[in-house]
Design a protein around this ligand. Structure first.
Ligand code: ZN
Ligand code: MN
Length: 138
């Protein structure tokens, strides 16, 4: 059917734009930021469509969702497991380019008896930008 085919193409195009916006930044944005950026290319897109497509990208393994406590989810166009640092002052999320510690998974398995398949690790503290700002003379 022509209409559903056209609809399918349109949805795929939206998802492509969303994914390219996500892959074009290393700031781990929330859905609102993605919405503002995608609107520059697709002015008629709705926030609901952004949320729905982000969900599809996360479920299909093309993007990663980072949920930190009560604040809104952040999204990462790099879906390979990697470590993050969260600044407790500005809430920015940074990549930490450390190799994954698979030894930790073995240890967790040994002490618990569970089959450990993966792990996630987040570091918290004050980022370089924030600590430089508070060090600078005023
Ligand atoms: Zn900071
Ligand atoms: Mn990341």
């Amino acid at each position: 059917m022509v209409t559903s085919r056209r609809g399918f193409i349109r949805h795929t195009k939206q998802r492509e734009v969303i994914l390219s916006v996500l892959r074009g930044t290393d700031t781990h944005p929330d859905a609102d930021w993605v919405y503002q950026e995608v609107r520059k290319v697709l002015p008629n897109i709705s926030l609901g469509t952004i949320y729905r497509n982000l969900r599809i990208l996360v479920d299909s393994g093309e993007a990663m969702e980072l949920a930190f406590g009560s604040s809104s989810s952040r999204f990462d166009g790099d879906a390979e497991n990697h470590y993050h640092f969260i600044c407790e002052q500005c809430d920015n999320v940074y990549d930490i380019p450390l190799p994954l510690d698979h030894g930790l998974e073995n240890e967790a398995e040994e002490v618990s008896g569970h089959q450990v398949a993966s792990h996630r690790l987040e570091f918290y503290g004050v980022c370089k930008t924030c600590s430089n700002a508070s060090d600078s003379p005023r």
